[in-house]
Design a protein around this ligand. Structure first.
Ligand SMILES: Nc1ncnc2c1ncn2[C@@H]1O[C@H](COP(=O)(O)OP(=O)(O)O)[C@@H](O)[C@H]1O
Ligand SMILES: [Mg+2]
Length: 255
């Protein structure tokens, strides 16, 4: 049974970094193959994972919805979307990457989105784990371009604006057209002091599990600033050790 994880949260809190660390931790836990879905419109995940990005699926939607570019029959269209998805997959070391691109353009892509979701759903079944890096607004989840997820991980840094974003995300979960198995809140870049006490109290009152916090990690910060991927980081780096713990916990909950 595929383990599916969607990452959401305010911009800059570490979603892309954490989804890349999650992919690395899953891979090192022997959970393979892994599909990484980059739903950020700027598609930075490819860089974070040290691979060239493929053709964004938004291009597929554009083609699929243009009268001259689409095959005449419904069956043909389904096949065309399937073929495009196959072409959009970029193979990396131990995981595959697919880039979603923009969730919406000038036209309505509802029909093509439905096909896309079905194809992604089928594709996901071939993987032991799927990690979806959402953009801040959770557009893909709320527009149903993605499927049900086992774990929605709401990421925040230890600051009140990010906490408010997490609360909004958890509220939105109730209204989403996708099924969310478990809600996880992940505090990233944790360091002593600040508003930690207030955050602890407020998080304890939310309907989400806090499996482990990820510390502020200078190696991760340096790698980010240099545009390096997290796969080159030392295996003992504190952020990775924390993410390993989270993966262990997710695995236990899921099985
Ligand atoms: N645990 C961490 N320790 C130090 N720096 C981090 C950590 N997590 C993320 N960062 C840094 O924070 C910045 C924003 O992270 P990013 O993953 O791009 O956020 P998002 O995808 O949510 O916008 C990056 O420069 C990244 O290197
Ligand atoms: Mg990002």
């Amino acid at each position: 049974m595929t383990l599916s994880i969607a990452i959401a949260g305010k911009g800059g809190t570490g979603k892309t970094t954490l989804s890349a660390l999650l992919v690395r931790a899953l891979r090192e836990a022997g959970i393979r193959p892994i599909l990484a879905v980059d739903a950020d419109p700027n598609s930075p995940l490819a860089a974070a994972r040290g691979v060239e990005e493929g053709k964004p699926l938004a291009d597929i939607r554009e083609q699929g919805s243009s009268p001259e570019g689409s095959p005449p029959s419904g069956v043909g269209r389904v096949r065309a979307v399937d073929d495009e998805i196959q072409r959009a997959i970029v193979e990396a070391d131990g995981f595959d990457l697919v880039t979603m691109g923009r969730p919406e353009g000038p036209r309505c892509y509802c029909y093509v989105n439905t096909l896309l979701r079905r194809s992604l759903d089928e594709l996901s079944r071939n993987y032991a784990a799927v990690v979806l890096d959402n953009e801040a607004g959770m557009e893909h989840l709320s527009r149903r371009t993605t499927n049900d997820v086992d774990f929605l991980v709401a990421v925040m840094d230890p600051a009140l604006p990010a906490l408010r974003a997490v609360k909004r995300i958890l509220t939105l979960c109730d209204e989403l057209p996708v099924r969310i198995g478990h809600r996880i809140v992940l505090v990233n870049r944790l360091r002593p002091g600040g508003v930690a006490g207030q955050i602890d109290r407020e998080l304890a009152a939310l309907s989400a599990q806090r499996l482990a916090d990820v510390p502020q990690d200078d190696d991760v910060e340096r790698a980010g600033a240099l545009g390096q991927d997290v796969f080159s980081l030392d295996g003992q780096t504190p952020a990775l050790l924390a993410v390993n713990k989270i993966v262990e916990a997710l695995h236990v909950i899921h099985s």
